[in-house]
Each structure stands twice: as C-alpha cells, then as structure tokens.
Ligand binder design. Structure first.
Ligand code: IPE
Ligand code: IPE
Ligand code: MG
Length: 266
C-alpha cells in the first residue's frame, strides 16, 4: 500500500472501512467505492412527453437495479447524488415531488435493502428538510445500521461546498486546528474512504458541486446514458474503463511498476 500524498488518513481509513464492513473481495480491480451523479431523469421523461417527476420515479428503479449490481460485483461503497443544495431552485412542484418521492421510496425500499445487506447513510444538510422526510431518513439509517455488505450513501440536500464549510465550522467551534486530516475527519463522508470511480450519467461533463474534496484522486467516467437507462451493462462499461486507468497519485508510471524493493528505495 502506498500513501496518498497529502491525505495521511485515507489509507488507514480505507483499511478500517474494509475490515469494518467485512467486504470479501477477490483481488480484482473492482473499485471499492463508486460515486454516481444520477443525472438525466428530466430528459428521460421529456422524451416520452411525461412530467419530470415520472423520470425521477424511474430513477428510483434504476438506483434499485444499480445497488443490486454493485452488491453482486463486490463493490464496498456506493455513493449517489440524489438532491443538490442547488436543486431547491427548481420549480416548487418538482421540489415537492422529489421530497414526496423520497418519503415514498424509503418506506418501499428499506425491506429490500435489509435483505440485501445494504447499510444506508444520508449525507447532507438535515436543516431545511421537512420533519417527515428528516425522520424517514433517520429511521432508514437506524433500520439498516447493522448491515455490512454494501454501504449506500445517498447525498440528499448535499453540496461539496456545504460539506467543506460545515467541517471547517465544526473544527472552529471546537477550537481545533484546520489540517487536511482534521477536515477529512469532520466531513460528512468521513465514514468511508474517498471514491475510486466517479461516474456521471446524462452526458454532462461537470461536477455540479458533488464530492469536491473527496474526488481529488477519483477516476472520472462520463456516460451518455440518461440515469433511468443506466443499467448493469452501462455500469460494467464504467468499471471496465476504470480498470484500464493507471492511478499514479502524483507519482511516475515507472515508480508504480517498479519491484517492491525498488519501490521502497524510491
Ligand atoms: C437528476 O436528473 C436528478 C436530480 C437532479 C434530482 P435531472 O432532473 O437533473 O434530469 P435532467 O438533467 O433535467 O435531464
Ligand atoms: C446534479 O445534477 C445533481 C444531482 C444529480 C442530484 P443537476 O442536473 O442538478 O446538475 P446541473 O444543474 O446540470 O449542473
Ligand atoms: Mg440534470
């Protein structure tokens, strides 16, 4: 294992996370942590002359399929972007529709997640959510807390900038020094190592305020598939693209391919 430059805690926390979640993986290069910007629901619906919310409903089905596929492939952590800090600026009926859909999906999906060994975390700001949604998120987290097969982080009312600011605020309130390690520990995603692979569906090639801090060394993959159409085959394309990459973390290619003893001397 080599240390990732400037992120003293990440190797340790990756190891701890793997041990804690008991993920049994062959030494294949399946990414341990996949993060996805689930984009394209609105366009999927528009193409069918349906309301945008119909696309979001279909998006829930696509997420269910993706979670199952990740469990089957031995992925340890799946993090998905479901509602951004900026999505409040959408038309009021779409925002309320998304909130209702979240409440509905929680009730419906939790039994299946329990059966599949999926542990849910909701990552994002709770303030601003209705009591009903907020209680639903907390209940779902508690109900799945003992699961160990896959961690599913649902980023909801989340923004990368919010996360960095809230972490800094927490440290400042405690009078702690702000370092990369302390910030890392105060972030809303500190329970998992950084994503290995970050996928965005829907054809756009931008981050849109997703994991700004954590994506420092993630491999990026952009899929033209709209999120409701993103199926197992599209996931496998993303994983295959990841497997072809050489992750150098600032080093040279020669350093990575050197023998272990030469590696130590380097
Ligand atoms: C992503 O799909 C889901 C959310 C942002 C909630 P969009 O709703 O952004 O779909 P497009 O990009 O308009 O097609
Ligand atoms: C990003 O998609 C947010 C989610 C998928 C939840 P958006 O559709 O909101 O992003 P922009 O506005 O196209 O950048
Ligand atoms: Mg979009």
């Amino acid at each position: 294992l080599h240390r990732r430059p400037g992120k003293a805690g990440s190797v340790v926390s990756a190891g701890r996370a793997r041990a804690r979640f008991g993920v049994q993986r062959l030494m294949s290069s399946i990414p341990y942590h996949i993060a996805i910007v689930m984009d394209g629901n609105g366009r999927w619906a528009k193409r069918r002359f349906m309301p945008r919310i119909a696309g979001h409903k279909q998006g829930v089905d696509s997420l269910r399929r993706c979670v199952k596929a990740c469990v089957e492939r031995g992925v340890g952590v799946l993090t998905v972007f479901a509602f951004s800090s900026e999505n409040w600026n959408r038309p009021a009926d779409e925002v309320s529709g998304l909130m209702e859909l979240m409440a509905l999906a929680l009730g419906r999906e939790v039994p299946r997640l329990l059966a599949d060994g999926v542990r849910l975390y909701f990552v994002g700001e709770r303030a601003g959510l209705s009591d009903k949604v907020s209680a639903g998120l907390a209940q779902a987290e508690a109900a799945t807390a003992h699961n160990q097969r896959l961690v599913l982080n649902v980023c909801f009312n989340y923004g990368g900038r919010w996360d960095i600011a809230q972490a800094a605020d927490k440290l400042a309130a405690r009078g702690e020094a702000i370092t990369e390690a302390s910030l890392n520990g105060a972030m809303a995603m500190s329970h998992v190592p950084d994503p290995d692979l970050l996928v965005r569906t829907g054809g756009e090639q931008r981050i849109s305020n997703f994991l700004l801090w954590q994506a420092a060394y993630s491999e990026l993959h952009f899929s033209d598939a709209l999120w409701p159409d993103f199926d197992e085959a599209a996931l496998d394309v993303a994983i295959a693209a990841f497997q072809k990459r050489e992750r150098r973390f600032g080093k040279t290619s020669e350093q990575l391919t050197a023998t272990p003893s030469a590696h130590k001397l380097a």
